[in-house]
Ligand binder design. Structure first.
Ligand SMILES: NC(=O)c1ccc[n+]([C@@H]2O[C@H](COP(=O)([O-])OP(=O)(O)OC[C@H]3O[C@@H](n4cnc5c(N)ncnc54)[C@H](OP(=O)(O)O)[C@@H]3O)[C@@H](O)[C@H]2O)c1
Length: 343
């Protein structure tokens, strides 16, 4: 009897795939769809068929050339992606595993998530834990990972639901939306500070107790103003961070994780030495043990409750238009790209 042909799942035979490539010529950054093949994959341990990617603020800066994010041109954009392992040289992963890829050089110094296929070092990959789907995982993505790391570090530094209000600025953004959801789920009284006060219902729906105009956080000019917040999650930096420092309660904790407003701020030491204010930095480039522990927490005690409200899911073809929206600060929540256009 003749051998029957073996039918393989589609991703085992995907040799060419669509990608969104960022290139630079004569100091001009441009990004465009292109076709790539396996020979163009970067070195790495794990080959992943990508089902979803997302648009982070950093992705928008990279693809528009508004900030020097990309470390190697040309580079497929996208600093996070979720998908299925096709092959692995690492014992931590096997074909068929659902995984999330993010941080380190992904979409920055090696090809990122806006492609049908990627090959990456094993340390950039995590198993999606039971209880989360690939869509849940990308909705969390590097934004939610950073929010979760901020919550963990803040609680390690004394944050507790009984101690007072926690303010989250840039509230309609990706990191902030998930921070609000996680903090509210853990019993905190969360105040969402936003420029988009028309998004009040969205923010209350994530669990915020109150929504305020972010302009109202800029109170007075003295080194110490009314002690209002026990905690603050700061996506903005710049003057917004300076205003938070002056208005924290005794032993209040600020997680500094972003610079959407600016990178420079001026402060005095008084909030630190008279109120014990704790200013902690949050960097999402972490080693495997911390990453694995946090991803387990995202399926258990840090699990966001409103991922479906936070995610806007769009097809790959809409990526360029959506990047412009994210760059212009016109979006809310997380923008997820469904990579259906592969072959
Ligand atoms: N530390 C890390 O490892 C890490 C990881 C991920 C992200 N980040 C950083 O965290 C920040 C937030 O990232 P994201 O992906 O959540 O971005 P995002 O979705 O674009 O959200 C940023 C939010 O900040 C507010 N905003 C934007 N531009 C502003 C401006 N010029 N002045 C005042 N408010 C402004 C807007 O919220 P409202 O309109 O609601 O006010 C916007 O939705 C970024 O700076 C990003 O680079 C850091």
């Amino acid at each position: 009897m003749r051998d029957m042909p073996v039918l393989k799942p589609r991703y085992f035979v995907m040799d060419t795939f669509r990608a969104y490539l960022i290139s630079r010529q004569d100091a001009q950054v441009r990004a465009a769809f292109t076709d790539m093949d396996r020979s163009q994959l970067d070195p790495g341990d794990v080959v992943v068929r990508i089902d979803y990617a997302s648009i982070n603020y950093k992705d928008a800066l990279a693809a528009t050339g508004k900030a020097p994010i990309i470390r190697r041109y040309p580079c497929v954009g996208g600093i996070d992606a979720a998908g299925t392992v096709e092959s692995s040289n690492s014992p931590r992963f096997k074909p068929g595993d659902t995984v999330i890829v993010h941080s380190h050089g992904f979409g920055v110094s090696q090809h990122g998530g806006y492609a049908g296929l990627t090959r990456v070092p094993a340390d950039w990959v995590n198993l999606v834990p039971p209880g989360l789907s690939a869509l849940d995982a990308i909705t969390i993505g590097v934004a939610g990972y950073t929010a979760g790391l901020a919550v963990e570090l803040m609680e390690h530094n004394g944050l507790a639901p009984s101690r007072g209000k926690v303010v989250v600025n840039g509230a309609s953004g990706g990191v902030a939306s998930i921070a609000i959801d996680m903090l509210a789920q853990r019993g905190y009284e969360v105040v969402a500070a936003t420029r988009k006060t028309n998004e009040r219902d969205y923010l209350l729906g994530l669990g915020a107790a109150e929504v305020i105009d972010s302009a109202s956080l800029s109170v007075g000019k003295r080194p110490l103003e009314a002690a209002t917040w026990q905690g603050a999650v700061d996506s903005l930096g710049g003057q917004a961070l300076a205003d938070l420092i002056r208005t924290m309660q005794r032993d209040g904790v600020i997680a500094s994780l972003g610079n959407a407003m600016g990178i420079e701020f001026t402060s005095t030491v008084l909030p630190f030495i008279l109120r014990g204010v704790r200013l902690i930095g949050v960097n999402s480039d972490n080693e495997p043990p911390l990453r694995a522990r946090l991803w387990e927490r995202f399926a258990t005690d840090l699990k966001p409750r409103h991922l479906a409200k936070i995610a806007r899911v769009a097809p790959f073809e809409e990526l360029p238009a959506l990047i412009e929206e994210v760059a212009g600060g016109r979006i809310k929540g997380r923008t997820v790209i469904e990579m259906g256009a592969r072959r």
